[in-house]
Ligand binder design. Structure first.
Ligand code: ADP
Ligand code: ADP
Length: 590
């Protein structure tokens, strides 16, 4: 690489990069003092905030905010000293557990490793409804951050803080850098102008075009700065995303002008206010431009089905404050594909009669990944398509759980036995977790109190969820009488993977069958707490499958479940069924 003179980059926000990491004897002294005080275990979100505070990503902030800054940020979008700041950065706790003002405390991570020393100068109370209304612009349960905020707890701690051990990351260490390190690299790249690209999603051709165009339009170098801290729940995991970013940067970007660096930020999905915050953070990393497209950092639709933020609001707000923040807003409209010219263009630059193509995130999932089809090359690079398809296998390669529930002797085990054989015939390996059998090993010693029954079901559910997570098929057959417990098991698995199958045999028929002689004993009072006799059974309100056994054979019912699995895509109807190739995507997308 030709050597270029180091250039001066945009200065840090507020003038100087904060660095909270201490070493040597100061570190030893503070570690000892922290160890003597009460401990606060940091949540994943607070740990992300701390990491950015520590390395100066939030400069000029050098601590979690006190009340004066907090109120001022919420009410005026400024710190108490007047500097623009849009997002409250606080340290919430639910219970003080002996922590009081004036104390020195230890901040620890989930493994209880000592991360930081803090002196609590201030404890104040915060109201999540007010914080959401002012900071997020809404208090709507659909807003993921508002929902999370409700469990943050009402106290906030503030005071000077020193970091003794930076949070450690085992993944992608070569791409994790402090603002100081990023600045050194960017300065050495020889261009004082740098445009930052923020993202929490896989990058497709539209994003590649957007970022290259932004760099070209502004004559700047490019900092690809994806968020790997916390994003919107349900987003593509960062392991998959970073593999994609790496492949793209290696193959399609100019290494002389592009830098990929990961940002351990915990996003708030706060739309316009978040865009301001993103700009400030990127200034600390040496950038003087930020790309802001449609609906920047927006969490989608609210409980009334309307977008939380006007799609243009983020770039409007940043434009308004951009000179004060010292970061220029590069606004772009959605980039779409013009098939006849084989190129991307902003949708607003294209006349109405032209045919354009794009594929939404939902379509990517439902029409491509779930069906095992590779994304087309006009939409995404082949590296991206392949990484996504290996991370999100087709439905017929995913796991599922057939969860039988019903009274004793309803027919759960009998149908499960037939279903097992049919699935094996179809080429699937099956694990069967039968309630009676599980009670002989995994749940040996448990009785039939509500508590013991719940433990048994949650154990079965836990094992089942692990099998499903590893793309296996599992059949569970246990009475599982309580609705709430079944729903807890449902929540352990990916959406759609839990297939509640209600074997709806009336108690009179079960009692007639009485395979194990329990109904007789229960009626005679020899055993107590028998489901259907003197213990409740709560029928499912909305099961995926309901089976009657009065007039339907076990085989016919097992076939019904097979049909369901085929219809939902978990099984191919015919194992020789082939997946369609890429040729037709253009038509499908239009
Ligand atoms: P977030 O805005 O929540 O970080 P994304 O990763 O989806 O989520 O977007 C990153 C940036 O790229 C945003 O400014 C967004 O508006 C912009 N962007 C996303 N998709 C497109 C597209 N197809 N064309 C142009 N800009 C886009
Ligand atoms: P569970 O597992 O629900 O406690 P089992 O499958 O062990 O119930 O017992 C159900 C009993 O009912 C078996 O002896 C089975 O042969 C009998 N049975 C009779 N008709 C049916 C039917 N249509 N479906 C399922 N089982 C039936």
């Amino acid at each position: 690489m030709e050597s270029k003179k180091n250039v001066e980059l945009n200065t840090p926000y507020g003038g100087k990069l904060v660095d909270l990491l201490v070493t040597g004897s100061e570190r030893e002294d503070l570690a000892r003092r922290a160890g003597e005080g009460p401990t606060l275990q940091l949540t994943p979100r607070s740990l992300c905030d701390l990491e950015l505070l520590a390395m100066g990503g939030f400069s000029p902030l050098d601590r979690f905010m006190g009340k004066a800054d907090y109120d001022s940020v919420l009410n005026n979008m400024r710190l108490a000293n007047g500097l623009i700041w849009s997002i409250p950065i606080t340290l919430p706790v639910a219970k003080l557990d002996g922590i009081a003002e004036g104390q020195e405390i230890a901040l620890r991570n989930a493994n209880n490793n000592l991360i930081a020393w803090m002196r609590v100068d201030e404890i104040f109370e915060a109201d999540p409804h007010e914080e959401a209304a002012k900071g997020l612009g809404c208090s709507d349960e659909e807003h993921p951050t508002y929902r999370e905020m409700l469990s943050w707890g009402k106290y906030r701690l503030s005071g000077p803080m020193k970091v003794l051990e930076m949070p450690q990351h085992v993944d992608f260490p070569e791409l994790r850098r402090t603002p100081k390190e990023v600045r050194e690299i960017l300065a050495g790249m020889g261009n004082p102008d740098v445009v930052a690209f923020q993202t929490r999603n896989p990058m497709h051709r539209a994003h590649e075009e957007l970022t290259k165009r932004a760099a070209q339009d502004s004559g700047a170098n490019l900092l690809l700065n994806p968020v790997v801290g916390m994003t919107k729940p349900g987003d593509v995991d960062h392991y998959t995303r970073v593999r994609i970013y790496k492949a793209l940067v290696e193959n399609y970007y100019d290494p002389q002008t592009t830098l990929l660096s990961l940002l351990p930020l915990a996003m708030r999905m706060a739309g316009p206010r978040e865009a301001i915050w993103h700009a400030i953070i990127r200034r600390n990393f040496g950038c003087n431009h930020l790309i802001v497209g449609r609906d920047h950092a927006g969490p989608g639709k609210n409980s009334k089905g309307k977008p939380f933020y006007d799609p243009a609001a983020a770039r409007e707000l940043l434009k308004q404050h951009s000179s004060e923040i010292g970061v220029k807003c590069l606004p772009y409209e959605e980039m779409v594909y013009l098939a006849d010219e084989d190129r991307y263009e902003q949708v607003t630059q294209i006349s109405a009669n032209r045919k354009v193509f794009s594929i939404s995130g939902t379509q990517v999932r439902d029409n491509y990944l779930t069906k095992g089809r590779l994304l087309p090359s006009w939409f995404t690079r082949k590296e991206t398509a392949e990484i996504l398809s290996s991370a999100y296998p087709a439905r017929n390669k995913q796991g599922f759980c057939i969860w039988f529930t019903g009274l004793p002797s309803a027919g759960k085990s009998t149908i499960a036995d037939v279903l097992t054989v049919l699935l094996m015939e179809h080429g699937r390996q099956i694990t069967v977790l039968d309630g009676d059998v599980v009670r002989t090993h995994l749940s040996k010693g448990l009785g039939f109190s509500r508590e013991d029954r719940d433990i048994n079901i949650l154990r079965i559910g836990y094992v089942a969820s692990e099998i499903v997570r590893h793309h296996g098929a599992v059949i569970c057959a246990a009475v599982s009488p309580y609705r709430e417990t079944r729903n807890r098991v449902r929540a352990m698995m990916a959406k759609d993977a839990f297939i509640e199958t209600f074997v709806d045999t009336p108690v009179a028929i079960c009692e007639q069958r009485d395979v194990k002689g329990f109904y007789g004993k229960a009626r005679a009072g020899v055993i107590k707490g028998f489901t259907g006799v003197d213990d409740p059974y709560e029928a499912p309100t909305n099961p995926e499958i309901t089976l009657q056994t009065g007039n339907t054979t076990p085989h016919a019912n097992a076939e019904r479940i097979m049909e369901y699995l085929i219809r939902e895509g978990f099984l191919l109807r015919d194992t020789s069924e082939v997946v369609k190739d890429e040729g037709e995507e253009l038509r499908a997308a239009g």
